[in-house]
Design a protein around this ligand. Structure first.
Ligand code: DX5
Ligand code: ZN
Length: 221
């Protein structure tokens, strides 16, 4: 068992050769991060249910679906049915986060909750209680695009969440998303993130498998 895992973000892959890119990381990674954007919560559009469903037919990776959409409650079922293993929504996008977590779990999936860097960190405290969520996703860039720089203040936020999760005896996975690369991966991991999402630093490289292995090495894995 590794202490740290990578979740390469497909956003930076070549969608014309999507399975070639997924296969390139499959022997060294367990997770695949799938970014769903709706053009409302974030100023960009990406993939949705049909693409995830198609990739699911050809991959056994753990699908870490990240919903950056304004109305997540309307889409939990389709994203569960298309093959997601984790479904993460944004705390900014719903008034009923606990119901949503319940819904995701009732469909046999793991429930994650994410927070925008401009949202006060306290907003996620209720979800750091034992059993409240399965994954906590700290955004370390403003969601919407790959290839942005890691926001330095994210490190303190990760450390604060790590401390609270441990104090509460929560087994939720602490994940970080945005600007994770050879320069920042260790800092985020040292602060307490266990699942490191990396898009451009993996799929943006000529050899994504080699890039992922290099990140694992920096993590001591
Ligand atoms: C951004 C997405 C990220 C993105 C990360 O809103 O949620 O998952 O793919 O890309 P990098 O690793 O290039 O910052
Ligand atoms: Zn993401």
């Amino acid at each position: 068992m590794r202490e740290y895992e990578l979740s390469p973000s497909l956003l930076s892959a070549d969608f014309g050769y999507v399975m070639r890119d997924v296969d390139s990381i499959s022997s060294c990674c367990k997770f695949l991060h799938l970014d769903v954007m709706d053009g409302h919560y974030v100023p960009n559009l990406t993939i949705g249910v049909p693409v995830i469903k198609s990739i699911r037919k050809h991959s056994d990776l753990i699908f870490d679906t990240h919903l950056m959409i304004t109305n997540p409650e309307e889409f939990i079922e389709p994203f569960a049915e298309c093959g997601s293993d984790y479904i993460t929504f944004h705390v900014e996008c719903t008034d009923k986060p606990f119901e949503l977590i319940e819904k995701i779990r009732s469909l046999g999936k793991k429930a994650g909750i994410s927070i925008h860097p401009d949202t006060p960190e306290e907003k996620l405290y209720p979800f750091l209680e034992k059993g409240a969520a399965d994954l906590i996703l700290v955004m370390s860039v403003r969601p919407g695009f790959g290839g942005q720089s890691y926001i330095p203040e994210s490190t303190a936020r990760i450390a604060s969440y790590r401390k609270k999760l441990d104090e509460n005896g929560s087994g939720a996975i602490l994940s970080v998303d945005g600007g994770i690369n050879v320069k920042t991966v260790k800092e985020a991991a040292d602060a307490g993130a266990k699942l490191l999402v990396a898009g451009s630093a993996v799929f943006g490289k000529e050899d994504p498998g080699a890039a992922a292995r290099e990140l694992f090495e920096l993590l001591g894995e």
